[in-house]
Design a protein around this ligand. Sequence first.
Ligand code: 5GP
Length: 215
Amino acid sequence: MKEGKLIVVSGFSGVGKGTVIKKLMERYPDDYTFSVSATTRAPREGEVNGREYFFISRELFELMIRDDKLLEYTEYQGNYYGTPLEFTEKMLAAGKSVIFDIEVNGAMNIARHDTLPKVLIYMLPPSVKELAKRLKGRGSETKEQIRGRLERAVAEADYIPSYDVILVNRNVAETAENLRALAIAGGQDKETFNELLDFAGRLKEELTVYLSEEE
Ligand code: 5GP
């Protein structure tokens, strides 16, 4: 039987993970299914309940935690985010690959828990300027929230060495194709990985400077 793979995608807030994943699923609808997370944050413009997320109350989320309905969950910038367990199990049993758009804690939990084939992908922006531009352009967060997300990106950068693949999102369609190829391969060569790890380190430094200048 065809075996499903867990494709875990993380990346700095504003990097365009959601858009790349959407493009990939549009192009290859039979190959992938998206793990729709539950969250207590408010929907952004254009987001649809049950498509990007299940938008639920804190009370309901806490009931899901209590009843062991989540594969993993975390608190991020004051809101809960978590992966419903049942859907993932069903899809894997049907031989489908499941894509997760989750932050580093969730990714590390999935990496630890699962014996199934999986690939952990970290997505980077081409530059700090581009990242800040995308976050501001989204228009759904306040200045303080954007700052919180960028600060969080600095902290997340320390986890990147635990991923299998690093991907720079310069162009949505191209990144979607690269993601597909690397997910199939299950990793990337060490030299490229190390070069991109250096690049991530430089982005982190640049981000730290950017944040100190914005104060
Ligand atoms: P956003 O509010 O920008 O949609 O998501 C914020 C962060 O939460 C992103 O890094 C996203 O990948 C992550 N996230 C979304 N769903 C989940 C989830 O189910 N579990 C975990 N651990 N993180 C999630």
